[in-house]
Write a protein that binds this ligand. Structure first.
Ligand code: ZN
Length: 441
């Protein structure tokens, strides 16, 4: 199927099954999507459009499935160059190894190349928005601009001298400058990214929070990923991690808590009462043996739960489809309850709830009139997609990223027939291989 010429700013996509991912989980079997200057003008059954819009260019979707671009709410794309270098270790040992490798190899140039690689992988798989946390956030924004993916990013906070050689006392000023520099671009969402409650002091956490509030940005932090992290915080501050964050005044709707594996009932209630989001990273939790996050209990408590791949060191691929399928399966096995985390809940975690977590539910995450036209097309002609009794069940339990054929961001096509249009992949691959040769010990 030959889809939009880039010059067309108004068009109708027809002959598609549309999974809107709206609150009601609306699906249009024979649907149409009307795109006007990068926004969704209308979405619905094809019959509603046929008569009134005769002059608009019509794109034949070829019977594919059309849905919103996915939102990856926790990633470290700057790690993509290191994937496969450190394996089969528990988190604390693993992190020490990772940091040693990073210390030897990280630079602005390697970070930008690494992030570019990660974002190409994500965009090709149908992820149109990503929340990233890494040492060189400016390089993430530059890389995202090159690739054409939406990025939520911001300044890191870390006690002592970080992997980037920056002192803790410099963090606040730099984080503010990043928000001011990139926050005006409508492809970007800015905020702050303090690493965790065990690596950032209460004073520095509050400093990060003040930047987030002043800049009206997000506050993205690792929280309760491992039992050891929980023990460290209890020993140091005499309270559990989420209680600690709450006591410091850091739980609000702008807050994204990555992981929340080791939290108790009181911590779940604190998160639910605050409106903060939790980002679940099932692949990372499984691989690093971090444990099973209480996702069923969080959802029951009304917490907004988003989904992430985490970095390629703990991933190893940045596959949000795999994350979605794991989110909808592993908690069933862990709890002995096959109703735990439904397909519909898992799909929302990767779309609408992800958009809410990054502060963009008003414009991203579902296909509804007025929202930005970030959408993807999936091939449904293969044996594993035949028949498709319930498209949502199918997307969660039987679809893989290889099924994604076309990707649109703000109505413009960025992936066509699985080929990225925004940059030259063979050239990027050559650069990545040349850099990777220098990384190996
Ligand atoms: Zn992480």
């Amino acid at each position: 199927v030959q889809l939009t010429p880039d010059a067309i700013d108004e068009y109708l996509v027809t002959n598609v099954t549309i999974v809107t991912c709206d609150k009601a989980h609306t699906v249009h079997d024979n649907g149409a999507l009307w795109v006007k200057t990068g926004r969704i003008a209308a979405v619905g059954a094809v019959g509603e459009f046929a008569t009134s819009n005769g002059d608009i260019p019509v794109i034949d979707g070829g019977g594919k499935l059309l849905m919103p671009g996915l939102v990856n709410a926790h990633c470290h794309a700057g790690d993509t160059l290191f994937r496969g270098l450190v394996e089969d270790l528990p988190l604390e040992e693993w992190l020490a190894n990772v940091m040693e490798t990073e210390r030897n190899a990280l630079s602005e140039r390697s970070s930008r190349l690494s992030a570019t690689l990660g974002y190409v992988e994500l965009l090709r798989s149908g992820v149109t928005s990503v929340m990233d946390m890494f040492w060189y956030p400016e390089q993430n924004f530059e890389a995202a601009g090159d690739v054409g993916i939406r990025l939520a990013g911001g300044g890191i906070f870390f006690d002592g001298v970080g992997m980037d050689g920056i002192e803790a006392t410099e963090r606040s000023r730099r984080a503010t400058a990043i928000c001011e520099r990139y926050g005006r671009n409508e492809m970007f969402i800015t905020g702050v990214a303090p690493h965790g409650a065990y690596t950032v002091s209460p004073e520095n956490l509050v400093e990060a929070w003040n930047v987030a509030c002043t800049q009206n940005g997000f506050f993205h932090i690792h929280a309760a990923e491992t039992a050891a992290e929980q023990q460290t915080v209890i020993a140091r501050y005499g309270r559990r991690i989420i209680e600690h964050l709450a006591a410091l005044g850091l739980l609000e709707p702008r807050t994204l808590l990555a992981h929340c594996v080791h939290i108790d009932a009181n911590e779940i209630a604190l998160i639910a009462g605050s409106g903060a989001s939790v980002v679940h990273n099932p692949m990372s939790n499984l691989k690093l043996a971090s444990g099973f996050a209480p996702i069923g209990a969080l959802l029951d408590a009304g917490v907004n739960v988003a989904l992430g791949t985490d970095g390629a060191l703990s991933g190893n691929d940045l596959d949000l489809w795999l994350a979605m399928r794991l989110a909808a399966t592993m908690h069933k096995a862990a709890s002995g309850d096959a109703t735990c985390v439904s397909a519909r809940q898992a799909l929302h975690m990767a779309t609408l709830s992800g958009a809410r977590a990054i502060g963009a539910a008003d414009r991203l995450g579902s296909l509804e009139p007025g929202k930005i036209a970030d959408f993807i097309l999936l091939d449904t002609s293969g044996p594993s997609a035949t028949p498709m009794h319930d498209p949502i069940n199918h997307l969660v339990f039987a679809t893989s990223r290889a099924d994604v054929t076309d990707v649109f961001v703000a109505g413009a096509q960025v992936v066509r027939d699985r080929t990225i249009l925004t940059l030259d992949w063979p050239e990027l691959r050559r650069d990545v291989l040349a850099m990777a040769n220098k990384l190996r010990p």
